[in-house]
Ligand binder design. Structure first.
Ligand code: MN
Length: 561
């Protein structure tokens, strides 16, 4: 596509064309005469970056900032000039992206520094990181023109940082693209092997599914269900490659090589269609997944099933609404798509629960600094696939795949972790190193005054658990000389909600106050928490009360200190 066509496409995707036009003219002028490694005009790069974001439905300020994102770096124009011309918001976005670009370090330190900056930027305005990811996507698309000595580093950084980030933000399509673009640079032989082996299979499967589509349409129509769309989706190369490694490189074991995707008008239709499909084709045991009732932690929703389709061919089918589809492809960016109806919403605040992990990250990185330990724990705690498990009361706890009951216990409260003596999973006693599965109900059995065991370090997965256990295990000879403390009772009444108990207990433990006893009971729509805590002085108690009052839903607090 030539530059003018591409710009026309970009404008077709936006409503506030005046702002986009202005940014376009400004960037065009600023980059005049500059060329990329490929010999093309430089402007093609910011334009392509902006186009990626516009297609995802991002707001006009973000698209304008994308057009301007390299101006302050590569031309005499400064951030102040941009602010004068475009205002604070756009200047902020551009300077955020520019700062992310300036990483001085090399090797591992560079990666850590890069991530650290990403998280800080994300905590301030997620759009900065979205621009950076789009910028990287276009740079990867054109990487072959860049000097070869840079390929490895850029591709590895993409695979280890940008793709996991996109995944964590729920941007499934982008994550797949970033991985597939890095794949041939990092594992050239493996890539070639896969490409050689997969092409025909993809074609064959697609043809097969094309023949299934009309049958599906017919059986659904008989029950008055008319899908918005049916299409088939080939698995991305890199995720296919990873799956093959787990399955003896046997293509026949990959049921979702090409999956059939049905987009339906609403949730009722999704469940109804699932039933109709199962009446026609027998489902494989244990492969029906209800991510509508139980979304993945990154927000992904759909129904999945695997059936013995016509001719006994094992086929995966995914059912979802158009909103879920948008969300699955574009993740966090989908927030803008729904909110920009003629009038762009700026400085969008994304659901705070959704980005709670970003906040947590920012806190951790300030504790752990630029250590390799930080990077390693990040890779486990945040970039691994997540699972949801439940407390017996139905509170949701979000953990990395492979986490154990001990990780769960520490996630709830460090004392519960320390005193953890056993676990019941879905009502059955299970070992402490049991691998938790999505949807498990976990109950921790506690033994008072118990200490954590060093052997737990062999199986726990989360950074929280590792560091809490090390706190105790590393200092076995510490003679406890506790300051004089008095035990005090706190009675807290709050309107019940999921997460309340966890919020209350973490306020107490974050204040470094020991909990001697903690229980809760429901009274109508309220919950009453009784806690016995160790308090040093009046001031500490007052501070604690102030923090507890700020917990959402808290109505009343009594204490006897
Ligand atoms: Mn750039």
């Amino acid at each position: 596509m030539d530059i003018q066509d591409l710009f026309q496409q970009l404008k077709n995707n936006k409503r506030d064309t005046e702002l986009v036009n202005k940014a376009w003219r400004f960037a065009l002028q600023a980059h005049k005469g500059q060329k990329r490694f490929s010999g093309e005009d430089y402007i093609i790069h910011p334009l392509s970056t902006a186009y990626i974001l516009a297609k995802m439905g991002l707001d006009s300020p973000t698209v304008a900032a994308a057009l301007l994102h390299d101006v302050a770096d590569d031309t005499p124009i400064t951030i102040q000039d941009i602010e004068k011309e475009f205002g604070k918001e756009i200047a902020f976005l551009v300077s955020g992206v520019t700062k992310l670009g300036k990483i001085k370090f090399r090797g591992k330190t560079r990666q850590i520094e890069n991530l650290r900056k990403m998280f800080l930027a994300m905590a301030e305005d997620i759009r900065v990181v979205l621009i950076k990811i789009a910028d990287r996507l276009h740079n990867m698309e054109t990487l072959s023109a860049v000097p070869e000595r840079k390929h490895q580093r850029i591709a590895l950084e993409t695979l280890e940082i940008y793709a996991p980030l996109a995944n964590r933000l729920g941007m499934g399509e982008l994550k797949g693209q970033l991985e597939d673009l890095s794949f041939p640079y990092i594992y050239p032989e493996e890539y070639q092997w896969l490409a050689d082996n997969v092409r025909e299979r993809y074609e064959e499967r697609k043809k097969y599914l094309k023949r299934v589509e009309p049958i599906l349409e017919e059986i659904l129509a008989r029950e008055q269900i008319r899908p918005v769309e049916i299409h088939s989706r080939a698995k991305h190369y890199f995720s296919l490659y990873k799956k093959l490694l787990k399955n003896d490189r046997d293509f026949d074991k990959i049921y979702d090589l090409v999956a059939l995707r049905i987009i339906l008008r609403n949730i009722d239709d999704c469940y109804a269609a699932l039933g109709i499909i199962h009446q026609r084709w027998r489902p494989l045991l244990g492969r029906i997944k209800d991510y509508i009732a139980l979304p993945k932690p990154n927000g992904y929703q759909s129904l999945h099933t695997t059936i013995f389709c016509n001719g006994g061919k094992i086929t995966e089918i995914q059912l979802r609404t158009p909103e879920m589809h948008e969300r699955a492809e574009h993740g966090i960016a989908a927030h803008w798509a729904y909110n920009e109806k003629g009038k762009p919403r700026s400085g969008v605040v994304v659901d705070s629960r959704e980005l709670a992990w970003v906040k947590q990250l920012t806190e951790w990185q300030s504790q752990l600094g630029n250590s390799e330990e930080f990077l390693e724990s990040l890779k486990i705690d945040f970039f691994k696939d997540r699972i949801f498990v439940f407390t017996p009361k139905g509170d949701v706890v979000d953990l990395p795949e492979g986490a154990t009951p001990v990780d769960f216990a520490y996630q709830i409260h460090s004392e519960i972790g320390h005193q953890c003596a056993g676990a019941r999973i879905n009502g059955k006693v299970a070992p402490l190193n049991y691998n938790l599965k999505n949807g498990d109900v976990v109950e921790i059995l506690i033994q008072r005054n118990k200490k954590p065991s060093a052997s737990w370090l062999d199986f726990v997965k989360t950074n929280t658990a590792i560091s809490r256990i090390k706190d105790i295990v590393k200092k076995p000879y510490r003679i406890p000389t506790p300051p004089p403390q008095k035990s005090a009772k706190i009675k807290l009444t709050a309107s019940d909600r999921i997460g309340l108990i966890k919020d209350v207990s973490s306020v107490i433990s974050n204040s470094k106050i020991n909990i001697l006893n903690f229980d809760s009971l429901n009274q109508d729509s309220d919950v009453v928490v009784n806690a016995t805590v160790e308090i040093k002085n009046k001031l500490q108690m007052e501070r604690l009360l102030r923090k507890l009052k700020d917990v959402r839903g808290v109505k009343k607090i009594e204490e006897n200190f």
